[in-house]
Write a protein that binds this ligand. Structure first.
Ligand code: FAD
Length: 392
């Protein structure tokens, strides 16, 4: 850093990425000055727990595992809670916030991603709740009537997990997705069918291969009326939107940093400005976006020493994920997006099923395990040179 004063590291964002890197920074450097700037309340919680919280009897409040005060005192942070980072003065090495400028030696952007808002007509389209942070979850719970019928737009990981959670706790989820099967981008069709059928058997209503074109208020009663593209009408007490996320790149883009789908970073997590790093859902790593917990933890372990002056490469373990559909437990490792190959079912019996994805050279590039076969995850990861992802 070139000065004798302890380095000043500023982190924007208090999600798993922001706190992940702050924890690592404090481990590496007891003396560094660490500042956290966040729009949120600054409490620590595990975001993946949002889609299993109903069945576990958790509220937004009880999902907090460490309060903002506790995090600030444990990590000795100068915590600027409820503040927005508005601009980066790169020449002056200062972050401009709604609470004033903060000087940095290194800046870490952990600004996450914003829920995608699909183009939907109707006077109540804006009422759809996208649960991507704790206060969204608090609103979801506040607006959820007992036994409610809940329209979920999107049957990816988040939408399907919410359907699984709602159906087991006395609610009536109705899932709409343009794709023909749930988890269609993660698992082969045979597994998507099993997920659809397992949740349908408990009462989940699916409208697959369809999209919501309008959401209007139901009159005179409370609730909503959604119209699908084939004219089907779906009535619901609440609407959840789980159609995807878009990395928050505005701050970086306005500062002139290289931005693609996310904030572009190199193998050290460094952006096109050597004093600025990016991590988590906002970052585009050399291999692409990676909006999961395991890559965040791997990146945090490298970015902390790098930001403190010891360049360290991120070592990403190939990522296996536990899908938290308790009605049909799944562990999977999705093949890389650009992998060319095919899925094959190699086991399907009373213990569950096992599918593998092999590429043109016959190399194992991904897998899906269901039910009791999930126990093979560690073996499969080892076989692929992978380390199991965090169980979240
Ligand atoms: C319901 C759900 C279930 C999931 N389940 C799993 C799972 O099972 N396994 C898994 O690996 N992953 C899962 N994920 C994904 C995983 O949770 C995310 O990849 C991870 O939490 C992202 O963390 P983050 O810190 O990058 O982003 P975020 O948590 O979005 O944090 C971004 C932070 O930046 C702050 N911020 C943004 N802009 C500004 C600004 N200008 N100024 C100040 N602050 C700003 C925000 O307020 C926020 O504090 C799940 C996600 C969801 C939504």
């Amino acid at each position: 850093m070139g000065t004798s004063a302890p380095p000043s590291i500023v982190v924007v964002g208090s999600g798993l990425a922001g706190f992940g890197v702050l924890r690592e920074l404090r481990k590496v450097s007891p003396e560094a000055r660490l500042t956290l700037v966040t729009l949120e309340d600054g409490h620590f919680y595990s975001k993946p727990a949002l889609s299993t919280a109903l069945a576990k009897g958790k509220t937004a409040q009880t999902l907090i595992t460490s309060t903002a005060e506790k995090m600030a005192s444990q990590l000795r942070l100068d915590a600027r809670i409820g503040r927005a980072a508005e601009a980066i003065d790169r020449a002056g090495k200062a972050l401009l916030t709604t609470g004033g400028p903060v000087a940095y030696d290194a800046l870490v952007l952990a600004t996450g991603a914003m829920p995608v808002r699909p183009q939907i007509e109707g006077d109540a389209a804006h009422r759809a709740i996208a649960v991507n942070q704790l206060d969204h979850y608090a609103r979801f719970r506040d607006e959820l009537p007992v036994g409610a019928r809940v329209l979920i737009m999107g049957s990816g990981l988040v939408g399907t997990e919410f359907a699984n959670d709602l159906i087991q706790t006395g609610y009536r989820p109705v899932v709409v997705d343009m794709l023909p099967l749930p988890l269609a981008q993660l698992v082969p069709p045979a597994v998507g069918e099993k997920v659809r059928d397992a949740l349908a058997a408990e009462g989940v209503e699916w409208h697959l291969g369809r999209k919501v074109v309008a959401i209007d208020y139901k009159a005179p009663a409370p609730g909503y009326v959604a119209t699908l593209d084939n004219g089907t009408i779906v009535e619901a007490d609440l609407v959840l939107s789980a159609v995807g996320l878009r990395p928050n790149v505005a701050l970086a883009a306005e500062a002139g940093l290289d931005v693609g789908l996310g904030i572009k970073v190199d193998a050290h997590g460094r952006t096109s400005d050597p004093h600025i790093y990016a991590i988590g859902d906002c970052a585009e790593y050399p291999h692409g976006l990676s909006a999961y917990v395991t890559p965040i933890m791997a990146a945090a372990r490298a970015i902390a020493p790098s930001a403190l002056g010891t360049p360290t490469e991120i070592r990403f373990p190939p990522l296996s994920v536990q899908v938290k559909t308790t009605l049909l437990p799944i562990n999977l490792l999705p093949p890389p997006r650009d992998a060319v190959g095919e899925w094959r079912c190699i086991e399907d019996d009373a213990q569950g099923s096992k599918h593998v994805f092999t590429d043109a050279e016959g190399r194992l590039r991904g897998y899906v395990l269901t039910h009791d076969k999930c126990e093979q995850r560690t073996t499969m990861d080892a076989q692929m040179g992978a380390k199991s992802g965090e169980t979240v």
